[in-house]
Ligand binder design. Structure first.
Ligand SMILES: [Mg+2]
Length: 225
């Protein structure tokens, strides 16, 4: 049976969190000059998680949360001028340029010759589709799955949809919470490739499991698959 690799996208194939971190840093510089993003990080994360719960993932939600932060952190009602500044700050989140992680195109080229590849990403559908198109990586994949959230039942649904044999299918990604733990629970193997900066909301202590392997870089996948 053909081996199938399910591959996460944000912070596995291309940089994502570093772009959000840069926007957050510019926001704090603007809103609270003299403060550092580090002092505010946990409150910013909490604010962003609150807005995601209400409005879903995506650039617009992120912009709304930054606008909400004007009241929460600076103690004033946001004005139209604030809104214009924030629209400018979130411009990198249009994702017209993507920064691919080292070795990704060559590694996918090699892996796709020996394995069936399915991209499994979560987020706003239009935004993630745009990133896939801009990445230039679409042709390596047999299918693209964009999910609202990565849960055990979503992995099970993908397993059924593509008639995957769990014994010869692996999920590859940087997030224990979204990529590793639910995929293992659905019966797949899992390959954790940590990213130096994983968003606090995605952090979870990695479980130990006979079908879990950790690698240092994406390129190392070719030694195993
Ligand atoms: Mg990821």
């Amino acid at each position: 049976m053909t081996r199938t690799l399910l591959v996460d996208a944000d912070d596995t194939l291309w940089e994502n969190i570093t772009v959000f971190n840069a926007v957050n840093a510019a926001y704090v510089d603007w809103l609270l000059p003299g403060s550092s993003v580090r002092e505010l990080q946990s409150e910013l994360d909490a604010l962003q998680v609150e807005f995601i719960a209400k409005h879903g993932y995506g650039r617009e939600t992120f912009a709304k949360s930054l606008l909400g932060g004007v009241e929460r952190f600076a103690g004033r009602m946001p004005s139209n001028a604030d809104s214009a500044v924030i629209d400018e700050l979130v411009r990198p989140l249009l994702w017209d340029e993507l920064d691919l992680i080292d070795g990704v195109p060559e590694t996918l080229e090699e892996l796709s010759a020996r394995n069936r590849l399915i991209m499994v990403t979560k987020g706003d559908h239009d935004e993630q589709s745009h990133k896939v198109a801009r990445s230039g990586l679409r042709h390596h994949f047999d299918a693209i799955e964009i999910l609202p959230t990565k849960s055990v039942s979503e992995y099970e649904r993908i397993g059924e949809l593509y008639s995957l044999d769990p014994e010869s299918s692996w999920m590859i990604g940087n997030s224990p919470r979204s990529d590793i733990h639910p995929a293992l629970a659905a019966g797949f193997g899992a390959i954790h490739i940590p990213h130096a900066d994983t968003w606090s909301h995605e952090r979870e202590d990695l479980t130990s499991h006979p079908r879990l392997m950790s690698l240092g870089t994406f390129s190392e996948l070719v030694r195993h698959f």
